[in-house]
Design a protein around this ligand. Sequence first.
Ligand code: SF4
Ligand code: SF4
Length: 278
Amino acid sequence: MIFMDAFIRVLAWRKYFFRWWLPWCFLNQPRWPVLSRDIIELEIIEFCNLKCVNCECSFEHAPSSELMTAQQIKKFVDESINLHWYWKMIKIRGGEPTLHPEIFRIIEILKLYKDFDPDCKFAILTNNFSDYTKRILSCLPAWVSVISSEKKAKGGKIFGNTPHDSINKAPVDLLIYKFADFTKGCYRPMRCGTQLSRYGYYPCAMGSHISRIFGFDIAVKSLSLVKEEAFARILSIICKYCGHYKQPEGIAAKSVISRSWKKAFKQYNKEKPKITLY
Ligand code: SF4
Ligand code: SF4
């Protein structure tokens, strides 16, 4: 009877077992490339005027107002030019990048790279929410294209054109990922690009978001040291905490925080970790 009970339970869960656990933890999850040499995202500001549910930067639970300085952007441009690193696309992002007090100075500096490599495309990622942001966007040069998540307020909530993963639900806290290989990463480094924040280079945007909150001093501090091995090492530390890892079941309408993130948020809001700068 007990055996029968257990058998029925397994049958009831077989859909999840076969659809998610086995395929994604053992069989199908591919090993993704860890380094994009073509696309880079510059995280110029870790501040936003919104606090969307499951914001990738975790502004809901761990607000920040950190900035990259204009000098750091100049260092990036100099490094890229000196190394003859031809980016196909440079994206300016945050947080909300239009709120950076030196946004026009940053654009001026990036123009130096544009003059070096006229084929490189430039884009700014924005929520396009406030009148201030719309005004700033309207003053940007035509060579900077705007990629907007079109955030709108409705019924006291913020909605945009892209659904958010349960970013603060760490796979390492879930039984079904107990045997997952967290060095495999996901498609984001290739699709969205390498990330540069005030701390240095990461394989993906989650690198700086997770490091800022968990206090991992792991960023690569110079473009000349940006290599596959260095990025693979970073992913082996961060992917286990990243909600994006849970492909493709990660999307969540409500805020969810798993054990590791709860602990990290508590510590972060008590005392912000000190991380060396780029
Ligand atoms: S607009 Fe983007 S950066 Fe700002 S809170 Fe929402 S998801 Fe986060
Ligand atoms: S940290 Fe997250 S976004 Fe980056 S590769 Fe790992 S799973 Fe993907």
